[in-house]
Design a protein around this ligand. Sequence first.
Ligand code: SF4
Length: 691
Amino acid sequence: MVRTETSTHCPYCALQCGMKLRPVTDGGVVEVVERTEFPVNRGALCGKGRTAPAVLAAGVRLTGPLVRGAGGELAPASWDEALERVADGLRGTRAEHGADAVGVFGGGGLTNEKAYALGKFARVVLGTSQIDYNGRFCMSSAAAAHQRAFGLDRGLPFPLEDIPRTGCVILVGSNLAETMPPALRYLTELRENGGRLIVIDPRRTRTAEQADLHLAPRPGTDLALALGMLHLVVADGRVDEEFVRTRTNGWDEARAGAMAHWPELVERLTGVPVPQLREAVEMFCGAENGMVLTARGPEQQAKGTDTVGAWINFCLATGRAGRPLSGYGCLTGQGNGQGGREHGQKADQLPGYRKLTDPAARRHVAAVWGVDPDTLPGPGRSAYELLDALGQDVRSLLVMGSNPVVSAPHAGHIEERLKSLDFLAVADVVLSETAALADVVLPVTQWAEESGTTTSLEGRVLLRQQAVTPPEGVRSDLEVLNTLAGLLGHGKGFPADPEEVFDELRRASAGGPADYAGITYARIAAEDGVFWPCPDEEHAGTPRLFLERFATDDGRARFVPVTHRAAAEETDAEYPVVLTTGRVVSQYQSGAQTRRVAELNAAAPGPFVELHPRLAERIGVAEGEAVAVTSRRGRAVAPARITVAIRQDTVFMPFHWPGEGRANTLTNPALDPVSRMPEFKVCAVRVEAAG
Ligand code: SF4
């Protein structure tokens, strides 16, 4: 056997660490080998990446289609039978209830090619506007705030390699040590170079422990905190007047909003003492340059867009944007969260980050697709609204690469909505909790078994290369869409070859905000990725955005006036504690893959409730004893994990598990009015001993 190594990327988070896969047997078993030459992670991987090949094994993953029989059980079926059943289900709903009664739900883990093909399938074959994806739950507030302020959304407008060379980083609501461990080195190097690190998080996480200064605001008050810090910037005369005058619009209104949030008020709202606010402002403004990086903490709120907007205002007022080694960035979470939102599986977007409501964008994409622009549907519902409409306006659903039974807010309700559908088809690698509810389960290939591109949190387009032959009985998502399109009367336009799809995506994105026209598979492989926009094959790509001008019509960034408001659900006598949710290092998102890996389960076997010793004492719970957490939407039970690293008024639960300890049973689906992001990060709960 020739043991050749294949360069590829991890299947999980948006850091998209480089790795090599080396065959271990002739039977398709591979092991992970360090790929030290890939600059982002230089060979480092977290446990999820190291163990990713475990999910390739038969017995862990699906290896044949399943169809629900008359007796109500899922049973093995042929591909012909399964796909005919899906086509019948979707066709029947469309005939009886109209095109918009058919929904499509995609995922932030799908490659660019799959996200593109899925959006095209929904709009051209099904003719439905009802498509969205779980990435809406991940980064939509930062994306909306980016668009509003800069006219363009790319998670990081600069490469990660710039972070160690800036003067000060404010990290808001991100626990990199658990979510992207190899990225922690950028913060370590920052401090080794003399830079300062400020972490804002209600919990004293492993990331917060690395900081020069840790601020622990009450969950849901990040907006007030940002406004209070901007107030101090103004009051202390630290505004970069030259930058504001020459590179921005709208400062007067934003300034007025900040001046209404004087420090003592902000201390009352957030619990962060005024001296700490002052120290943070002095640390940030005292450095020559600086960055603010946000993640899900401030973003997953019913005011997430305004909260991110407040941090962008802070960057603009201090002149920390649109300059080398300065700027605002969002640490996107899902593996292809960035690319997934650029190429058409979002309810309001066409490929290339074009708007579905823009007539010129519709004409351009329709010409690439060979259809009349007037046949393209308009924008549909956002992810939670789509799931909430299941069984009512939306009667049939095709899910690709998503597990909303675990990952959606108010998950018990969404589970019931999924059960009320006339027809549900799920394409996935494993029998996830959502797939287990389906009428038809389509087993699909995964990362190492297929080629395709992803776009990392840096906006770097990467190539995952096929390293192993998939098991018999499994097909790629692109093959599934190809066959379904044919069965539904569209024999052309849905190639199953990823590179062919990518070449079409390049044409569809050409001239759009996320322009991939100059990016090819060969270039990506040769150059360790290419940063978009890249409008032609001679173009070097764009690692750093906005240095000359922002992507607005006049080239100036826009301040957006924002003001603090309470969380959608405040604590009260009945629900006196705040619940916030997040991730642990050894599990990923809904856990559909990682909960099937023995090594990861040994490290993180199940859910827990993290709470402060004083709260534990008050409710009479000791370490490891069962705690019941109840919100207005349901009840979850998990063992206590007692630590002084959390505020006394807050409990934390990781959201990777189904069943009794499912954190999303409790979470609040209140939506941000701009991004339609649900408020995962804050809801009111009651906490009791479950004994
Ligand atoms: Fe994979 Fe993310 Fe871990 Fe890197 S940090 S190995 S991309 S899960």
